[in-house]
Design a protein around this ligand. Structure first.
Ligand code: TYC
Length: 140
């Protein structure tokens, strides 16, 4: 199985003497005279440091579809095909799950994508004069 850690690479962060002087001010030394800054390369004025790879996966959001008594089943199937890339068979199953259970998850995405999908679904439903409701929920 592929995990996000397998894609992690070590990056090199460059900092410049000028930047660090800017942070702490000239003449304000954090290190004593006998302890040269291990990050500083005096010849070039460039300090090189391996930054820690960021391994956190982004929070994920469920896109949830809710049942109502008026939206035609065919329209819900069309929505699931159009916005969630489900084939006819799977779209029909998810639509029936919403119809019988009251709600169902149609996809799991990062926040921006989940918000956009829910917005597109609600917009298309309103334009088509159906009360179909789509919301997002934080996963976990
Ligand atoms: N309950 C609707 C009907 O009987 C069908 C429906 C399914 C509506 C899923 C909304 O998200 C929904 N026509």
């Amino acid at each position: 199985m592929i995990t996000s850690e397998m894609h992690a690479t070590n990056h090199i962060r460059l900092t410049f003497k000028q930047d660090r002087h800017g942070l702490y001010g000239h003449g304000h030394h954090r290190l004593g005279p006998d302890s040269p800054d291990p990050l500083e390369d005096d010849a070039s004025g460039v300090a090189v440091e391996a930054s820690r790879p960021s391994l956190q996966a982004p929070p994920m959001y469920k896109v949830v579809l809710f049942n109502d008594d008026y939206t035609p089943m065919d329209f819900v199937v069309e929505i699931l095909e159009l916005f969630f890339n489900l084939n006819r068979e799977l779209a029909t199953k998810v639509m029936l799950a919403v119809h019988t259970e009251g709600r169902a998850v149609c996809g799991l995405y990062t926040r921006d994508i989940a918000e956009t999908k829910a917005m597109q679904v609600n917009q298309y439903a309103r334009e088509s004069q159906h009360p179909l409701l789509c919301e997002i929920e934080k996963d976990g």
